[in-house]
Design a protein around this ligand. Structure first.
Ligand code: ATP
Ligand code: UDP
Length: 226
C-alpha cells in the first residue's frame, strides 16, 4: 500500500480553515476531520465526551487537552487506512505532542489573516450546526437567506463570532497556537499562507499538496470516496 498523507491546517477563527479543508477534501480525496464538527456530533449524540465538552464550549473555553486527545485519537485510529487533513486539532502544544507521538505529519498549513478580514468574515458567517456547513453573506451565501442549502434547516450565527468577542478570542488563539506553529516550523513541515482572500491562497495550497500527495493514492481514494 503506498504511503498515506497526513496534514493539519492551523489558523485563527475565521481564517478559512473550514473553507480550505473542504476544497482539499474535494480535490485530493483526503478525509477532512474538523475538531469543532466532531465535537458537535458528540454533543448531539450525547456521548460521554460530548456531554463533558459541552460544559466547556458553552463557557467559551477550550475543551481540556486530555478529553480532546482521547476523542480525536480514537477517531483517527478508525481512519488508519485513509489520508487525512485535521482542522482545529491540534490546538495546543500538549495536543500536538500527543498527535506527533501517534502519527508522522507530512504538511502543516498555517493561515495568517489580518484581524480586520477575520472580523468582516465572521460578522457575516452563518453555520448549519448539524452538518457544520459554513456560509457567508458576502463570500458564499446560501440560496435562501438563513436556510441551509442541503437540509433546508435554519442557519445560526456563533455568539462569539461578534466583532467584540473576536479580539479576546484572537489573543487567546495566538498565545496557544504559537508554540504549536514553532514546533512544526522546527520540524521543517510548516507552510505559512497570508492573504485577505482564500481564492488567492488556494492555488498555492493546491500546488503544494499536488507535490506532496502520492497521485496513485489520491486516485484510489477518490474512487473509494465516490
Ligand atoms: N482542538 C481543540 N481543543 C480544545 N477545544 C477545542 C478544540 N477544537 C474545538 N474546540 C472547542 O470547540 C469549540 C468549537 O470549535 P470550532 O473549531 O467549531 O470553532 P472555533 O474554534 O471557536 O472557531 P473557528 O471554527 O472559527 O476557528 C471551540 O470554541 C472550542 O471550545
Ligand atoms: O476568502 C474567504 C474565505 C472564507 N470566507 C468566509 O469567512 C468565514 C470563515 O471561514 P471558515 O469558517 O472557513 O474559517 P475557519 O473559522 O474555519 O478558520 C466563513 O463564513 C466563510 O464563508 C470568506 O468570506 N472569504
Amino acid at each position: 500500500m503506498s504511503k498515506l498523507f497526513r496534514a493539519v491546517i492551523l489558523g485563527p477563527p475565521g481564517s478559512g480553515k473550514g473553507t480550505i479543508s473542504e476544497r482539499v477534501a474535494n480535490s485530493f480525496g483526503l478525509k477532512h476531520l474538523s475538531s469543532g464538527d466532531f465535537l458537535r456530533e458528540n454533543i448531539a449524540a450525547k456521548t460521554e465526551a460530548g456531554v463533558l465538552a459541552k460544559t466547556y464550549i458553552e463557557k467559551g473555553a477550550l475543551v481540556p487537552d486530555h478529553v480532546m486527545t482521547r476523542l480525536m485519537l480514537s477517531r483517527l485510529e478508525e481512519m488508519t487506512r485513509h489520508s487525512w487533513l485535521l482542522d482545529g486539532f491540534p490546538r495546543t502544544l500538549a495536543q500536538a505532542k500527543v498527535l506527533n507521538s501517534a502519527f508522522e505529519l507530512d504538511v502543516v498549513i498555517s493561515l495568517n489573516i489580518p484581524l480586520e478580514t477575520l472580523k468582516e468574515r465572521l460578522r457575516h458567517r452563518w453555520i448549519h450546526p448539524a452538518s457544520g456547513r459554513v456560509y457567508n453573506m458576502c463570500f458564499n451565501p446560501p440560496r435562501v437567506q438563513g436556510v441551509d442549502d442541503i437540509s433546508g434547516e435554519p442557519l445560526i450565527q456563533h455568539e462569539d463570532d461578534r466583532p467584540e468577542a473576536l479580539v479576546a478570542r484572537l489573543r487567546h488563539y495566538k498565545d496557544v497556537a504559537k508554540p504549536v506553529i514553532d514546533l512544526y516550523r522546527a520540524k521543517g513541515i510548516l507552510h505559512m499562507f497570508s492573504d485577505t482572500e482564500t481564492d488567492r491562497i488556494w492555488p498555492y495550497i493546491s500546488s503544494l499538496l499536488s507535490t506532496k500527495i502520492p497521485t496513485d493514492l489520491g486516485d484510489a481514494q477518490r474512487v473509494r470516496t465516490h
